[in-house]
Every structure is written in C-alpha cells, then in structure tokens.
Ligand binder design. Structure first.
Ligand SMILES: Cc1ncc(COP(=O)(O)O)c(C=O)c1O
Length: 399
C-alpha cells in the first residue's frame, strides 16, 4: 500500500466554501417538487418553468439532422462557426438598427454562460455590479461567485416594471464595473422604454462601467416599442448584447445563445469557452442558421398564441379578490401583485402547489423587490390556464 504523509488528517471530502455563494433558480426546485407530487398521483398545472411549450419548428430540426448525417459532429471553433456568426451579426444589426462586425459575435451554450463569463471577465473582488430587482436569479448568483458586490436596481410597478434613471444614477459609483439590464424582463414582463435607456446611457457614459443587455426575450414583444441600449450612440463599444435561440424558437434544450461583445472582451470570453465548454456542437449551430434565416411564421404564431393567453391570465388574475395585475409588454410571464392578501406571497406559492396543484413562483425568489408578487408563466395551454385560475380562486376563497 502506498504510504500517506503522517500529518494528513482525514475529514470527509467537502465542496469548496465558495460554492455556498452560488444561488439557484427556484423554478427548478418548484419543478422538482411538482414532479414529485405528480409521481404520487396528483395532477399539477405547471406555471413555474420559463420555456415555450411549443415544439421546435420542423425545418430547424431538419437542419440539425442533416448536419449530423453529413458528419458535423466534431469540435469546431470556440467562438462559433464563421457562417453562423455572420448570420447572427446580420440579424442583430438588422433588428437593433446598428452595425455589428462579425468578429464581435460569439456563440455560446445558451445565454446563461454569457452571463457567468461576462461577469467573471470584467469583475474583480469588491467591484460593484448593478442588476435588476426583481430579476433573473442567476445575475446575483454569478456576481457573488465572482466576488463582486451585487447592487440591486429596483424595477417599479408604477413604472411598468422599468427603473427610475435617478435611482440608477444614485447607484453608480467608482466601483461600478458592470450594469445588467434585461428587457423584456423576467419575471415581470416589463419592457424598458427607449427614453429610460437613453437616460441610462447618458449616466453610464460618464463611468468606466460595461453594460450587459440581456435581450433573450427581444422577439416576444406585444407592443412594438423594443429598444436596445446598444443602439444608443456610443454604447455598443461597452455593451455585451445578449440574445439566443432558446425563447424565440422554442429551443431551450438545444443550448445555444449568442452575443455581440465589445472588442476587448472577444478574446477573454472566447478563452472562457475554450476552458469550459469548448464549443457549441456544429450541428446545433447549423440549426441556428436555419432558425435565423428560415421562415419566421412559427415565431409569429407563437407570439399570437402568447398574446391570447396573456389576456386570459391577466383578466383572470384581475378577477381574483385582492389581486391586481399589470398587463406584461413582453416575454410570457404575469407578475400579479398579491400584497393585499392575508397570506404573504412566499406562503401562498407553496400552498397553491400543495393544495391547489398549481405550480407558481414567489416574486421574492427574484429579489427583495419581488416580495408581494407571484410569477406565473403562461407558456401553457389556454385550457390549463383557465383551470389554474379556477383553482386559484377556490384556494383564495378559503383564506
Ligand atoms: C432573463 C433571462 N436570461 C437568460 C436566460 C437563459 O437563457 P438560455 O436558455 O439561453 O441559457 C433566461 C432563461 O430563463 C432568462 O429568463
């Protein structure tokens, strides 16, 4: 037997302490609980998980199958296939009204790795990162993991869940390294108006901070008022403009996102991909080309269906006693205010699951400003949404 050094103590192996800094997404925890209830024979309506309930359009799947058959099943460049990067550059340039050079486009395994790697690329220990509250929980998780200080920027219901530029100004400091914006927003469905983006750009241009503009819901918009901060003159040079295939083309499981990034971040971000995921499979990228270049009627049809469901959900929620609800301008989330109920939202959400079989998330899972709200994903059938509202009404009547 090989001998171990005599001074080795032997506690059980343990994860690094820093792992505690990693947060999670409550959607996955609630999904696990809901699935467990289903295993026990309960019938659950899923309004917790944030993904389109539509199949990936057939022409996109066919492009992937063809690429697999033709042997595109090996490593490829970490930054992405040249052809896909060119298609993305054209798409982002066209939809945002700016000119994005192909060399500034990177492809990643979903939008999520860009969140993590951008924060790790720009943030030193003690640096401050401003992020939306309520907001996608991965932002604060990644900021903490990077050793940064998360600085929440409140999204206000009376501003249609946008931010007050004055409040942004008050949070900017010499230590601000990055400002994260998300429009349309998860969990509120709010969209940031061009005016607010211009005011934010004016403030940010006086700092040396980068911007991460998470625009993964850019095509899921009910009013045609979408604007990107990257289009404000001078901002593209400091903005990581993030989008992807997951939401627009019902491709969450394909894991493919992309970003236009400032020139100084191209090489460091590519190095993160080299060190971690190596590349997005080339046959997935071929599917991405088909998605962006092919017919867009499936996107339009999905959006129309979401629009109809939005009416059902918002009208239904407004009819519940003690509940108010803004009509979301984008994405597929309703964020009703349940603060007037006797039961706090954080207690109501698990009761809705356990007693009514309706899986929803508590707004507080998305930050302190989310307290008093619920998040409902309406990526579910009209029949299920109607049934869920009836079940909610019944439970609320017992409170
Ligand atoms: C705001 C926001 N950004 C990023 C993502 C992650 O997207 P992807 O599936 O492309 O990693 C999500 C997914 O829910 C999201 O809501």
């Amino acid at each position: 037997m090989p001998s171990a050094p005599s001074d080795l103590t032997s506690p059980a192996p343990a994860p690094a302490r820093a792992v505690r800094e990693l947060g999670t997404e409550s959607a996955f925890a609630v999904l696990a609980r809901a699935t467990e209830l289903e295993r026990q024979g309960r019938e659950i309506i899923h309004l917790e998980i944030g993904e389109p309930d539509f199949p990936t359009p057939p022409h996109i799947c066919e492009a992937a199958f063809a690429a697999v058959r033709s042997g595109e099943t090996h490593y490829c460049p970490s930054a992405g296939l040249a052809e896909f990067r060119a298609v993305i550059a054209a798409e982002l340039s066209r939809t945002r009204g700016i000119t994005i050079p192909v060399e500034r486009v990177l492809v990643g395994n979903g939008a999520k790795p860009f969140l993590f790697f951008t924060i790790l690329t720009v943030c030193e220990r003690g640096d401050e990162v401003i992020y939306p509250d309520p907001g996608f929980p991965i932002y604060a998780s990644a900021i903490r993991w990077a050793g940064g200080t998360p600085v929440p920027l409140p999204l206000r219901e009376d501003r249609e869940f946008s931010f007050d530029p004055e409040e942004l100004g008050a949070r900017l400091s010499r230590r601000t390294k990055l400002i994260i914006l998300n429009s349309p927003n998860n969990p509120t469905g709010g969209v940031i108006a061009a005016r607010a983006l211009e005011a934010a750009a004016e403030l940010i241009s006086r700092t040396s901070a980068w911007v991460l503009s998470d625009e993964v819901y850019s095509r899921l918009l009910y009013a045609d008022s979408f604007a990107s901060i990257a289009a404000v003159p001078g901002m593209l040079e400091r903005t990581v403009l993030l989008d992807g295939l997951s939401k627009t083309y019902a491709m969450t499981g394909w894991r493919c996102g992309y970003a236009a990034v400032p020139e100084p971040l191209v090489e460091p971000l590519t190095r993160f991909f080299v060190n971690s995921t190596s590349c997005v499979p080339p046959f997935i990228q071929r599917a991405g080309i088909a998605a962006l270049e092919g017919p867009q009627d499936s996107v339009a049809a999905m959006l129309e269906e979401f629009r109809a469901r939005r009416e059902i959900v918002v009208d239904g929620l407004r009819e519940l006693p003690g509940v108010t609800c803004r009509s979301p301008s984008g994405a597929f989330y309703a964020f009703p205010n349940v603060g007037a109920l006797t039961l706090p939202a954080e207690a109501l959400a698990p009761r809705l699951l356990d007693e009514a079989g309706v899986a929803v998330l508590a707004g507080a899972d998305f930050g302190a400003q989310g307290a008093g709200y619920l998040r409902l994903s309406y990526a579910n059938s009209r029949a299920n949404l109607t049934a869920a509202l009836a079940r909610m009404r019944e439970l609320l009547s017992t409170l």
